[in-house]
Ligand binder design. Structure first.
Ligand SMILES: NC(=[NH2+])NCCC[C@H](N)C(=O)O
Length: 357
């Protein structure tokens, strides 16, 4: 059985291992023991604190394989991305350069430094042991965070965002960094990425270019990387788009990786999550049904599992004694359930226009 729960002090070695496994390595999950220890402490404070509106809380979760007795994944929610220091992105913009006299008109694409994403809640720092890639545990790890937000909406922003690692070529180089950032900060992309995670981010404001960049002046390779996720993250991107997130105009400052955004009301997990009283039945007596994410109603003891979404004729959710114990619920107590499967493109009854959020 797989479960998502809040991180504990004893998970430090597992976090260190997962930080090392992330491809490419993540700024928000540096393989640095002291920083990770701080993350755990900060997460524990956040789960323990009374909160009325989002601030600088970080909630870190882990995915545990109970058969193996091993932590095999981690993911974090930053309640407000720019609570301490502004959250930096480049925003893609269009300018019109026109001269009536010469009868010319050109649309010029630019990237402008922006702090607009600062107010969103950020889903970040996800790393999964590669053995679990493509399994339901991967979806659980990624989306259990939405189940948590659904229960504690006051702790999070209305708009959720996720920044994907940007495109790197076969040599592991970032064409965008090589064309832009490197002129201002003569360091390798991987060094700078790591620095942003273990040091304060104020160097970004100090050394990165403040004026808009004209895309026409970048290398073609850099232009092609704008808004393009790292190849290892294409499946994750597809899942989040199916969830209801949309690509935004914002890209990362260093590698131009895409930032996606989603209003809570438009996301599938929020729209389809429902509370049900529990009925405990032996595993062999449970009817066959589609898998769902099922979460208990506890803050610091939050648990989320994947189980069958089997409802009794009277609307009770039927779960096995093992799952009931894991969730810490008894017969009659309520759990939150949402289908694990997402509608494939075109199936979404909402049919929202692709708009800028
Ligand atoms: N690729 C990166 N490491 N980017 C990190 C810096 C920018 C990031 N959006 C932030 O403000 O936290």
């Amino acid at each position: 059985m797989m479960v998502v729960r809040p991180v504990r002090q004893a998970d430090l070695p597992a976090l260190e291992r997962l930080a090392g496994l992330a491809t490419p390595s993540l700024t928000n999950l540096p393989a640095h023991r002291d920083r990770l220890e701080e993350r755990i402490a900060r997460s524990r404070q956040s789960f323990g604190r009374e909160v009325d509106f989002p601030g600088d809380e970080h909630y870190t979760f882990v995915l545990e394989d109970l058969e193996r007795d091993e932590v095999v994944g981690t993911a974090t929610l930053r309640a407000e991305a720019g609570a301490r220091e502004a959250y930096y992105t480049y925003r893609q913009e269009t300018l019109i350069h026109a001269s009536q006299q010469l009868n010319v008109r050109r649309e010029v694409q630019t990237l402008s430094l922006s702090h607009e994403v600062s107010e969103t809640t950020q889903l970040c720092a996800l790393s999964l042991d590669p053995r679990y890639r493509g399994t339901s545990a991967e979806s659980l790890l990624r989306r259990a965070r939405l189940m948590f937000i659904a229960q504690y909406p006051e702790r999070f922003a209305e708009v959720l965002a996720m920044a994907f690692p940007g495109y790197l070529d076969e040599q592991g180089e970032s064409p965008f960094w090589n064309s832009v950032g490197r002129h201002f900060f003569v360091r390798d992309y991987h060094d700078i990425n790591y620095l942003a995670g273990v040091r304060s981010k104020s160097f970004i404001a100090e050394v990165m270019p403040q004026f808009p960049l004209y895309l026409a002046l970048l290398t073609p390779q850099a232009r092609a990387a704008i808004g393009r996720e790292h190849p290892a993250h294409e499946t994750a991107m597809a899942e989040m788009l199916a969830e209801g997130f949309m690509r935004s105009r914002h890209v990362d400052l260093f590698d131009a990786g895409p930032v996606i955004k989603g209003e809570r009301d438009r996301l599938q997990t929020f729209r389809r999550a429902a509370w049900h009283p529990v009925r405990v039945r032996p595993a062999h007596a449970l009817p066959d049904a589609e898998p769902a994410m099922i979460a208990n109603q506890r803050l610091a003891d939050f648990r989320c599992v994947v189980a069958r979404y089997a409802l009794s004729p009277t609307g009770q959710l039927m779960i096995s004694p093992e799952h009931a114990e894991l969730l810490g619920v008894e017969e009659g107590r309520a759990v939150l359930a949402a289908p694990l499967a997402l509608p494939t493109a075109g199936e979404d009854e909402l049919g929202f226009d692709e708009g800028e959020l």
